[in-house]
Design a protein around this ligand. Structure first.
Ligand code: E4P
Length: 230
């Protein structure tokens, strides 16, 4: 399962890539606005500069009319799509968005269908040619639906139909939701900084290591490691 960083903060992105070989970065207009940079293209270019070669960047259009979405996606592809990363244009699954997904896919632009709040919209986006389908797992939970189940149902329906699209599970609050995606064989997840930092940090293991060091130093001397012995 691919794991992407759902954040636009440069420091955090750099730290995450330094800590673990994550598969890319996703943003949305809200995430970009949190950086305080009034030039989102500048922020996205800076993000690309930090990303390892061959990783994926997902960035979203703001337009709501089909033709405008297509123009915006083409502009973003022109500006951001020529470098070392794989660019995916996020298009919300509205009626106009579905039409844009179909047009963009036929033009060879990679599309991630976003703002997915149900199985049927995801299925329609897959049929229209989207490469990724991003169900908002935790937002669905907050609304009283079962976000994990909806993401798994999307995965099942799309695979049964033989579409190319993969689920990119989004909007997570905890590791359990992400583990449920992995167990279901879901292709990708994008995870915000808070839950993401918990994935690569296991507090119980950290405590166990502290106890090992304390015991070892009690016998062999402070600061000693195996390097000090032959
Ligand atoms: C995906 O990229 C979504 O925009 C994002 O995961 C939404 O997350 P949130 O529900 O935490 O805002």
């Amino acid at each position: 399962m691919r794991i992407l960083i759902d954040d636009a903060d440069l420091t955090k992105i750099e730290q995450f890539f330094d800590m673990y070989p994550y598969d890319g970065v996703t943003t949305n207009p809200t995430i970009l606005s949190k950086t305080g940079n009034p030039d989102p293209m500048d922020q996205l270019k800076k993000i690309v500069a930090l990303m390892p070669e061959g990783t994926d960047l997902h960035a979203q259009v703001l337009s709501t009319e089909t033709d405008d979405m297509v123009k915006e996606a083409e502009h973003m592809t022109e500006v951001l799509g020529k470098g070392k990363i794989n660019l995916y244009i996020k298009v919300p699954v509205t009626a106009n968005g579905l039409k844009a997904i179909s047009i963009l896919s036929k033009k060879g632009i990679n599309v991630t269908a976003t703002a997915v709040y149900g199985v049927m919209p995801a299925f329609m986006a897959a049929k229209a040619g989207a490469k990724y389908l991003a169900p908002y797992v935790n937002r669905l939970d907050v609304l009283g639906y079962d976000g994990v189940k909806i993401a798994i149902d999307i995965h099942t329906a799309v695979k049964a139909a033989g579409y190319e699209a993969e689920v990119l599970g989004a909007s997570f609050k905890n590791s359990q939701q992400i583990l449920d995606m992995a167990k279901a064989g879901i292709g990708s997840v994008t995870v915000g900084s808070e839950p993401l930092s918990k994935l690569a940090y296991n507090g119980i293991a950290e405590d166990a290591v502290k106890a090992f060091i304390q015991d070892f130093e009690g016998c062999c001397g402070e600061g000693k490691t195996m390097l000090d012995f032959e």
